[in-house]
Design a protein around this ligand. Structure first.
Ligand SMILES: [Zn+2]
Ligand SMILES: [Zn+2]
Length: 473
């Protein structure tokens, strides 16, 4: 991998140029170094500064003049006391939840796995999942394609599943894939992006679908199903990635030199692999991962509530002051600055709440979600290749047919789908309503063990509906 000569790209085609650009961009990102501690924590200091400034302006320049009944106060004394009490409650919650999130580490893989050689060196498929790539991409270098193997059970290495680890589950035949000291021959381990990643990027996929002969273009939906031969036009088919992502060799981190636990990814800013990596957040100076995702969400909640309160009350009173005929009462410049900051952060935190609610109820991390998006893009490209652009109905019907054959991409096609939105939510946020709002306790997950979707096979490949366990079809 490292030190290999750069691949040759076809400069005479659009795809060749695009692929080369993507390769160069990846190379530049590879060279990015781990950020120094002080750089990573810079935004934390800025955030604390903004919070302290907002607190000073709200109390010292907004509430106190009202309580003292100063000439330039923007409201009555009772109003000042009411604003102050509510503000103190919200301020206490935002400071508390902020301290909790900056002091709770996301969980680091290096604390749980020891260094090891790359398992099965003969297999050279490599997954590059550094988070800035976002989409994750498989690079095949002579890897045996799973469909070349005669049967599913034969393709499994001996110790793929730790059957003693099978728990009683709410959904039938689920498997807890365990992490441990990974290395050659260790227990089944997987990756978060199973079923969501694509073997080839959309452009190349569409090109490949166009260039392939009929037999090859109709993909093997399962290693056990013979590809259908058709005499008519090619029917585009859904082609989920067939990479055995639960196998340790698919999750080796070349930078850290170990097999990553399930759903862990390497953060370039932190320079280490993080458990159930979601994203690197500069505002908290660290990653959001398995052990602090709940606290990150709780912080976003209180930050949004705090911003809404500050924004609404300051804005209302300043507008009133602007319209007032009393010359002693006029809008305050520093309060206007805080209104602008509160408005900005209010929008930002509300967007974060909306997107993370969606991620959590789907039991996906940001990276895993990007994998689904990429799969959707790829399917769009395949449909665009198979139908003229104006045949919207035909494309919609084809997607519907795919969903009937496979299930939906973000639910049945998600390796970590636990069977319901509620189960997914509770796996991240805890089962008690108090857990959803109070920054106390711990994360409900340990970051190492995850139940896998029974619609996937033992090595993490999405199965079509007809192969799902009885009762799930
Ligand atoms: Zn790593
Ligand atoms: Zn990080």
């Amino acid at each position: 991998m490292a030190g290999n000569a750069p691949p040759q790209f076809d400069q005479h085609t659009c795809c060749g140029i695009v692929e080369e650009a993507a390769y160069r961009a990846r190379e530049r990102r590879e060279q990015k170094q781990k950020q120094p501690w002080i750089v990573r924590k810079l935004a934390v200091a800025i955030t604390i500064g903004i919070l302290a400034y907002a607190t000073y302006v709200y109390i010292g320049r907004f509430c106190v003049p009202m309580i003292r009944i100063d000439a330039g106060a923007l409201g009555r004394r009772s109003m000042g006391i009411g604003f102050l009490v509510v503000f103190c409650i919200f301020a206490m919650m935002i400071y508390w939840s902020y301290l909790k999130i900056i002091l709770t580490p996301p969980g680091l893989a290096k604390d749980h796995v020891s260094k090891s050689a790359e398992p099965h060196p003969s297999t050279t498929a490599r997954f590059d999942d550094s988070w800035e790539e976002g989409l994750g991409s498989w690079q095949y270098e002579g890897m045996t394609h799973p469909t070349d193997q005669p049967t599913q059970s034969e393709s499994l290495p001996p110790a793929t599943i730790d059957s003693s680890a099978l728990p009683a589950t709410t959904e039938k035949s689920n498997v807890v894939a365990r992490n441990g000291h990974a290395g050659p021959g260790s227990d089944a381990e997987g990756d978060s992006n199973a079923g969501n990643l694509n073997a080839i990027p959309p452009v190349a996929a569409a090109k490949a679908a166009k260039d392939l002969p009929v037999e090859a273009a109709a993909p093997a939906q399962s290693p056990r199903v013979k590809p259908e031969t058709r005499s008519g036009p090619i029917r585009p088919t859904r082609r989920p990635p067939s990479t055995p992502v639960l196998l340790p060799e698919c999750r080796y981190c070349y930078k850290d030199g170990f097999v990553k636990p399930l759903r862990a990814h390497h953060c370039r800013s932190c320079g280490t692999c993080v458990l159930r990596f979601d994203h690197h957040c500069p505002w908290i100076g660290q990653c959001v991962g398995a052990l602090n995702h709940r606290f990150f969400f709780i912080f976003c909640e209180w930050a949004a509530i705090f911003c809404i309160w500050v924004f609404a009350t300051l804005l209302a009173q300043n507008v009133k002051a602007g319209n007032s005929t009393n010359l002693a009462v006029s809008p305050d410049g520093q309060q206007i600055a805080v209104i602008a900051l509160a408005g900005l952060f209010m929008l930002f935190t509300l967007v974060m709440i909306a997107s993370h609610t969606r991620l959590i109820i789907h039991n996906q991390t940001t990276i895993e979600h990007l994998g689904v998006q990429r799969m959707k893009e790829r399917e769009k490209a395949i449909l665009g290749n198979a139908f003229p652009w104006y045949q919207f109905g035909a494309k919609r019907r084809m997607r519907k047919q795919w969903d009937e054959e496979w299930g939906s991409l973000s639910r049945e096609g998600n390796l970590w789908w636990l069977g319901s939105y509620r189960a997914n939510w509770e796996s991240v946020m805890g089962s008690s309503v108090l857990d959803w709002f109070l920054p106390i306790g711990r994360s409900p997950m340990n970051g190492l063990e995850y139940r896998t979707n029974p619609r996937f096979d033992e090595i993490g490949r999405w199965r079509p509906r007809r192969e799902w366990p009885e009762g799930l079809r």
